[in-house]
Design a protein around this ligand. Sequence first.
Ligand SMILES: [Zn+2]
Length: 97
Amino acid sequence: MVKPRKIPMRMCVGCREMKPKKELLRVVRSPQGEVSLDPTGKKAGRGAYVCYSPDCLHRALKQRQLDRALETKLEEAANEQLTATMQRLLQTKEESL
Ligand SMILES: [Zn+2]
């Protein structure tokens, strides 16, 4: 028996497109209420997904989609931190290619 290959899909909270989960970046709100990016996808907490794109992250923050998805209220400082982390991740990604 061959199992049908099913790719888990998730929606980006920025552009609201469905994409394979592994192409998206997980954003997680920890049980302590701290919001961070989770490239491993393994952190505990409530998660949302966004493309590896500062544009999508920016849009998700600006339209408060991330707040809604994570049931929290992000402060300006948290927004800046997420954006900075995203940029760092993108840089690391490029270097590893
Ligand atoms: Zn997107």
